[in-house]
Design a protein around this ligand. Structure first.
Ligand SMILES: [Zn+2]
Ligand SMILES: [Zn+2]
Length: 314
């Protein structure tokens, strides 16, 4: 699993900062969370490609999260992708996209498979709810608190089979060779002397898959902890310095320090702050990072184009 910060800005794109979007690559497939104005330009800059895009997950219908969708659909069409694209998002995402296609009359060269999520209906969920699953990832969602229906996402690889124990295989009478491979693939095999050996007899406990979360545009809520819980990398909005939060009218957000604290308390192995306020210069972002690290020494400020290669655990 590799995560790439396509952009890290909130509210508006800047000449030096693209809007917040996360690209996650698993196996041969790509997943994009959010798609603000200009996201296709940033994807070209970081060379993500468009054909591999398998699912697009939208957090909410604010311009800085959706206005780039027509451009990305056009680029994927231009790349001659014909595989369906799954689109996840709050109810309304389908109408928005279909209206842009109807009004702007652009061609989409592949089927769109919408999975609209009723955010209110999810409000009682205690665990992240599975909203998409394919051979590479499972995508979970929970509602956030932002004044408009908004979802946070968590992407997880399926658990991997446990470690193979050669001594256990030998003592069960399975000779080294193709039968070992089949056991490791989860198949039951028959030994040369006719005994059945199940994978559980020669494999250790299942190992967790890699995971990441993107949680943006919310005040702190329990669901931020649930989404970020125990992930390899939590991308959390950390929009403001403490001193500015008191003064801003836009309070439906988190400060960097608060986001860093949540990442720490949720057990995220690494916390990266995104959806940064457009008011901040490079120096301000250094101060933002310092406030975050005072709470959580794994926290850092996201940077456009930064890649996070998540190694396989054990
Ligand atoms: Zn936003
Ligand atoms: Zn918003």
């Amino acid at each position: 699993m590799e995560c790439l910060l396509v952009g890290t800005g909130g509210m508006m794109p800047l000449p030096e900062r693209h809007l917040n979007a996360l690209w996650v690559r698993v196996g041969g497939a790509g997943y994009l969370v959010d798609c603000g104005e200009g996201t296709q330009v940033a994807m070209k800059q970081w060379r993500t490609g468009f054909r591999a895009l398998t699912a697009l997950a939208i957090t909410h219908l604010h311009g800085d999260h959706v206005l780039g969708i027509p451009g990305v659909l056009m680029c994927r069409t231009h790349a001659e992708a014909t595989e369906p694209l799954v689109v996840l998002g709050p109810v309304g995402v389908r109408r928005f996209i279909e209206n842009t296609i109807a009004d702007l009359r652009y061609r989409v060269g592949f089927p769109l498979r919408f999975v609209e999520i009723d955010v209110d209906a999810l409000s009682r969920a205690k665990e992240p709810a599975l909203v998409h699953e394919d051979e590479h990832v499972r995508i979970f969602a929970l509602p956030l608190a932002h004044g408009t229906p908004c979802l946070g996402y968590r992407l997880e690889e399926p658990p991997r089979p446990g470690k193979f124990n050669p001594a256990a295989a030998r003592s069960a009478g399975v000779p080294e060779g193709p039968l070992w491979g089949r056991l490791q693939q989860g198949e039951t095999v028959t030994t040369p002397d006719g005994r059945e050996v199940r994978p559980a007899e020669v494999l250790g406990p299942a190992r967790r898959g890699r995971s990441c979360a993107l949680v943006t545009d919310t005040v702190p809520t329990k669901n931020v902890y649930r989404l970020a819980g125990d992930v390899d990398v939590a991308f959390l909005e950390g929009m403001f310095l403490e001193r500015d939060f008191d003064q801003t009218d836009d309070k439906a957000h988190m400060t960097a320090a608060k986001a860093a604290r949540i990442g720490r308390d949720a057990g995220a192995r690494r916390t990266v702050l995104v959806h940064l306020s457009p008011r901040y210069t490079r120096d301000d972002l250094a101060a933002l990072g310092a406030e975050a690290r005072a709470e959580n020494d794994t926290a850092e400020v996201g940077r456009d184009g930064a890649r996070y290669e998540i190694p396989l655990p054990d």
